[in-house]
Design a protein around this ligand. Structure first.
Ligand SMILES: Nc1ncnc2c1ncn2[C@@H]1O[C@H](COP(=O)(O)OP(=O)(O)OP(=O)(O)O)[C@@H](O)[C@H]1O
Ligand SMILES: O=C(O)[C@@H](O)C(=O)CO
Length: 421
């Protein structure tokens, strides 16, 4: 039986997503930023390393993932999970195939599974095709993603286009028949020379079945749902309350909402929160013109507001306005400028007694976490499926890092229900 699982996550919100689901299912989990601290607590069941390797160059993603694997081995991990997005977020030129191949080679293995499903958030896999809220991936909003437009829903084809080996399918009938049937199907596929098996998954109840079936594999790959399944099988769901205690939001320290995501859901969340809290738009032109002075002005504005409800700074824009801004300044220039200002604001607020940061967007979460110089997190209670509160390992600082599409429209208010200052 496994002692410790090492997770290599290709972005920050994906890392807190899987960490949160494992804690909700009874595992004690530490999340590291970069190399993290020298050691992790002895009783930790899983260590999650947050990378920013989803959309970078393939060589960089492979190098970072192999370095993370080496670090996880140093920390006593003996089984590994490559965590990517529940919407796959990887085209034919993407990094999932090359990183999976590199991890398999480094571990001396030739077989793994592909399991992005997260049914509680509407991501299911049927006949090897990925659906988002019942719509094929290539017909969902993901078809227009600015970096990774998903124009195919078939995971077998998507994987075959970017990886070296053969792809097969564990169909839903095997999943319904239970862990032994899934294992038998995996053995058949291996005997036929298959290297990656896509796992059909329709409900959250399928995930412990799959978790049990793959619990002996050295490497598994997929979304946070499979992380939930692995933890559930190991603990029977016991110990969640204890596991999430360490990561509960800090007492004291003012709160702020920083929203840098332009997803549809974040737009809805910002619109809803604007009706009840002080709010201010982060203007792209000013981020570009005079970032340091603008960040100071924004931080001073935040500090001057009442503490509750937490004031919000948002760069969030609907798709049409975002397209206009990107056409005017260039997408990369605009997003870097906005990220730089959020980073500077967060660092200033941390120095002014702010201890709770509610952040929307994967990239935005990455930059804010780095600006706050956090080395790692304890994982706390989930505000919404896939979004736990997390607490810095070494300072009184808590963050809620929300993936663009996660949470309902009351997310920013809901996050503040978890503490009473
Ligand atoms: N008004 C804006 N104009 C241009 N770029 C913006 C604007 N607002 C935000 N951005 C940039 O858009 C990017 C949003 O990416 P981010 O990963 O934070 O959100 P997301 O893609 O919705 O989240 P996720 O990756 O979790 O799905 C960031 O680089 C951010 O700086
Ligand atoms: O799997 C998801 O959808 C999220 O964990 C994610 O990867 C956020 O970027």
């Amino acid at each position: 039986m496994t002692q410790r699982l090492g997770v290599i996550a290709d972005d920050f919100t994906g890392a807190t997503d899987i960490a949160g689901f494992m804690v909700e299912n009874g595992w004690r989990v530490t999340q590291l930023i970069g190399h993290g601290p020298a050691e992790v607590p002895a009783d930790v069941d899983a260590v999650v390393i947050s990378l920013k390797s989803r959309s970078c160059a393939v060589e960089q993603a492979v190098a970072d993932s192999l370095a993370a694997l080496a670090r996880l081995k140093e920390l006593g991990c003996d089984r590994f999970f490559f965590k990517y997005c529940s919407t796959f977020d990887s085209t034919a030129e993407g990094n999932i195939g090359p990183v999976t191949d590199a991890l398999l080679a480094a571990l001396g293995e030739s077989f793994t599974v592909i399991c992005p499903a997260l049914p509680v958030n509407g991501r299911t896999v049927c006949h090897g095709n990925l659906f988002v809220n019942g719509v094929p991936l290539n017909e969902s909003g993901m078809k227009d993603h600015p970096v990774t437009p998903m124009r195919d829903a078939n995971l077998q084809r998507l994987m075959a286009a970017q990886a070296r080996g053969q792809v097969g399918l564990v169909d839903y009938n095997s999943v319904l028949a239970g862990p032994a049937a899934v294992r038998a199907r995996i053995e058949e596929l291996k005997a036929a020379g298959v290297n990656y098996a896509v796992l059909d998954t329709l409900t959250m109840a399928d995930l412990p079945v799959l978790g049990e079936a793959v619990s002996e594999l050295k490497l598994v790959t997929g979304g946070s749902g499979l992380g939930a399944g692995l933890a559930r099988v190991a603990t029977g769901g016991q110990g969640a309350a204890l596991a999430r205690e360490l990561g509960a939001p800090v007492a004291g320290g003012r709160a702020v909402v920083l929203s840098g995501s332009c997803s549809q859901m974040t737009n809805a969340q910002v619109a809803t929160y604007k009706q009840r809290a002080p709010h201010r738009l982060v203007e792209v032109a000013r981020c570009i013109e005079a970032p340091a002075a603008y960040a100071a002005e924004l931080a001073d504005w935040v500090a001057a507001q009442d503490s509750a409800p937490a004031p919000m700074l948002y760069a969030t824009q609907p798709a049409a306005e975002l397209a206009r801004i990107q056409a005017q300044y260039g997408a990369a220039r605009a997003s870097e400028a906005v990220e730089g200002v959020f980073a500077a604001v967060a660092a200033r607020l941390a120095g002014q007694g702010f201890g709770k940061f509610i952040v929307a967007g994967g990239e935005t979460s990455g930059i804010v976490t780095q600006a706050l110089a956090v080395t790692g997190f304890h994982i706390g209670p989930q505000i919404a499926p896939g979004v736990p509160w997390v607490r810095a390992l070494d300072k009184p600082l808590s963050l809620a890092l929300k993936s663009g599409n996660f949470g309902d429209e009351h997310f920013f208010s809901n996050a503040q229900e978890f503490y009473h200052d």
